[in-house]
Design a protein around this ligand. Structure first.
Ligand SMILES: Cc1cc2nc3c(=O)[nH]c(=O)nc-3n(C[C@H](O)[C@H](O)[C@H](O)COP(=O)(O)OP(=O)(O)OC[C@H]3O[C@@H](n4cnc5c(N)ncnc54)[C@H](O)[C@@H]3O)c2cc1C
Length: 330
């Protein structure tokens, strides 16, 4: 029976939550194929304790991929060690998260053993010819349906926040295997540059994390200068902070420490006010634990409204001006 491999997302020796979403996608592939055995691979310099815990928690078989060079993420080390492991297994699928790590090593890994590489997968379906994958393209504005060539392995990177993690209500414990693989720097093409250390950007925004009310701005605010009104809006509430969607950080309007989402902060305020934010799965992943969500968007069909308790269909600029005027006159 061919295997479906899940490469766990690791950071500072800890499994990241995206791993459970990939595991859910692997379970879906297994169900659609009506065959396959899922194995979770944990790349680490010391995988045994995490592997044991994962096998207990998920009931799935786990392979601890052990190498001293796997302490921190390094694309060359990942590609080479995973390739050495994978060629002994001959899997049908290798799944990883579409994060900075997954996007970095997955295509190279796929090339190393002539597999199909499909990035940004947000849905998996089946027709009479086999499995089909939907992937986000053109800056997440469109989906493309792809079918890999028959009989070749497939390496997938899965969009975070799309596949619902399982709650693993299982009784049995998976098997644990440790595979020690040495990294050979002489076999690496790009090894002339050594990754000395991964420096975490200051994603731990203490203000965002502890805030009871978060006012978040998205691309709908139109221009950088309009952030002033967002800050004034936030100041109307005590224990509040300003969050943003990723495009505002990418455009250099505000620092990364304000970004909410799968590649930013995960927040759980009592009140989350989304201003001009569409509601992409990557943004929702960061604010899904907010207790009450208010959204202001001029598009009545904006996806964020499906995740909001109060939906205000309004242009953000006049809304903020009117709100601030009322507050200032009190
Ligand atoms: C690997 C990966 C990781 C990502 N991580 C994150 C992440 O951590 N966080 C994140 O936020 N995104 C992330 N993204 C980006 C994400 O896919 C979306 O592109 C992003 O969230 C969209 O931001 P937005 O809602 O501000 O912009 P848009 O999608 O452009 O939405 C703007 C919204 O504003 C509304 N609007 C326009 N004008 C007005 C107006 N005058 N008044 C009121 N409303 C108005 C529009 O109707 C629209 O709904 C990631 C993407 C990838 C590929």
């Amino acid at each position: 029976m061919k295997q479906i491999l899940v490469i766990a997302e690791m950071l500072d020796g800890v499994i990241q939550p995206a791993t459970w979403e990939i595991t859910a996608a692997a379970a879906k592939i297994k169900k659609l194929k009506e065959s396959g055995q899922i194995k979770i691979i944990i790349p680490s310099d010391d995988p045994l304790p995490i592997a044991k815990e994962t096998a207990k928690q998920t009931g799935m078989d786990v392979i601890g991929l052990k190498s001293n060079d796997l302490k921190d993420y390094d694309s060359d080390v990942y590609k080479q060690c995973l390739f050495k492991l994978v060629k002994t297994i001959d899997p049908s699928h290798i799944l990883t998260a579409h994060t900075s790590q997954g996007r970095d090593f997955a295509p190279g890994l796929a090339i190393s053993f002539n597999a199909a590489s499909i990035a940004c997968v947000n849905e998996i379906k089946k027709d009479d010819k086999g499995l089909l994958y939907s992937r986000s393209v053109l800056g997440n504005t469109k989906n493309m349906i792809v079918r890999p060539a028959e009989g070749i392995p497939v390496v997938l990177t899965l969009m975070p926040g799309v596949f619902q993690p399982d709650n693993f209500n299982n009784q049995k414990k998976g098997r644990v295997e440790i595979c020690e693989i040495a990294f050979d720097p002489d076999c690496s093409n790009t090894r002339r540059i050594r990754h000395e250390k991964i420096l975490q950007k200051s994603c731990e925004n203490k203000t965002l994390k502890g805030a009871k009310i978060i006012v978040s701005a998205g691309r709908g605010i139109g221009k950088k200068e309009n952030l002033d009104a967002i800050f004034k809006f936030a100041q109307c509430f005590s224990s509040s902070a300003v969050g943003v969607s990723r495009p505002l950080v990418d455009m250099g309007w505000i620092g990364y420490e304000h970004q909410v989402g799968i590649t930013g902060a995960a927040v759980s305020p009592r009140l989350y006010i989304a201003c001009g934010i569409s509601g992409s799965s990557q943004h929702l992943a960061g604010m899904k634990d907010a207790r009450f969500v208010v959204s202001i968007n001029n598009n009545p069909d904006a996806p964020i409204f499906r995740h909001s308790d109060l939906c205000i269909v309004e242009d953000i600029d006049p809304f903020l001006q009117a709100f601030l005027k009322v507050v200032q006159t009190k």
